[in-house]
Write a protein that binds this ligand. Structure first.
Ligand code: ATP
Ligand SMILES: Cc1cn([C@H]2C[C@H](O)[C@@H](COP(=O)(O)O)O2)c(=O)[nH]c1=O
Length: 204
């Protein structure tokens, strides 16, 4: 039987730069002989991508939003995360449950105990082996976002919303220091990637 693969998640407020670094991580690990599967949340499966479209564009109650995020996650776990980890592959996910804590609890104010209940229901055993949290001040994230494309429902939120999301991410990082690496993403892409490499080396 092959050894279980590792699960790496990428987190940060919109525009922090996390998506930029996923292919770097995939190449870094592939060069060290790992088989890589890259995916994202919400999404990552045909059903999850339909839910993503709703989540990023429709207004809804904050608990509906949280439940749909976890519905997408449940499908993603069943179809992508668990089978690939079991087959020894390394799974890279652009966001996972820390994003629900940051956005639905931190940003929108959903009761954290309800979020913990959802997490405990949907993945009582599974946690990422490594969570790379790309951290930047709000104005840097906003500038990077504005430079890219049309903004979705979350990206159009106000500065105070993202301040709460960022604070919740940092709270989670402090709560689970063994799996979080907080990456100062204000620096150049090359310097940021050096910090990412150091976090990855610890997993190998
Ligand atoms: N360290 C960096 N220095 C300068 N620009 C960067 C850096 N990292 C990313 N960028 C640029 O910022 C923009 C946003 O990056 P990216 O799409 O990776 O952010 P993101 O956090 O994944 O956003 P989203 O969550 O909305 O997808 C891109 O144009 C990217 O090239
Ligand atoms: C998983 C997850 C995501 N979100 C939000 C965060 C982002 O604004 C979008 C996803 O877009 P990305 O640019 O591809 O990262 O969804 C959320 O609010 N809650 C979640 O659990």
């Amino acid at each position: 039987m092959s050894e279980q693969g590792k699960f790496i998640t990428f987190e940060g407020i919109d525009g922090a730069g996390k998506s930029t670094h996923i292919s770097f991580v995939a190449d870094f690990l592939a060069a060290r002989g790992k088989e890589i599967v890259s995916s994202r949340e919400p999404g990552g499966t045909p059903l999850g991508e339909k839910l993503r479209d709703l989540l990023l564009h429709e207004k809804m109650h904050l608990e509906t939003e949280a439940l749909l995020m976890f519905a997408s996650r449940r499908e993603h776990m069943a179809q992508v995360i668990e089978p690939n980890l079991a087959a020894g592959k390394w799974v890279l996910s652009d966001r996972f449950s820390d994003a629900s804590f940051a956005y639905q609890s931190g940003g929108r104010g959903m009761d954290r105990a309800k979020m913990e209940a959802l997490e405990g229901w949907v993945h009582p055993q599974l946690q990422p082996d490594l969570t790379l949290l790309f951290d930047v001040p709000l104005e840097v994230a906003r500038e990077r976002l504005d430079a890219t494309r049309a903004l979705d429902k979350f990206e159009r939120e106000q500065e105070e919303f993202f301040a709460r999301c960022r604070a919740e991410y940092l709270r989670r990082a402090a709560q689970f220091p063994q799996r979080f690496a907080v990456i100062d993403s204000t620096r150049s892409i090359a310097v940021t990637q050096q910090a990412i490499s150091e976090a990855l080396e610890k997993l190998l």
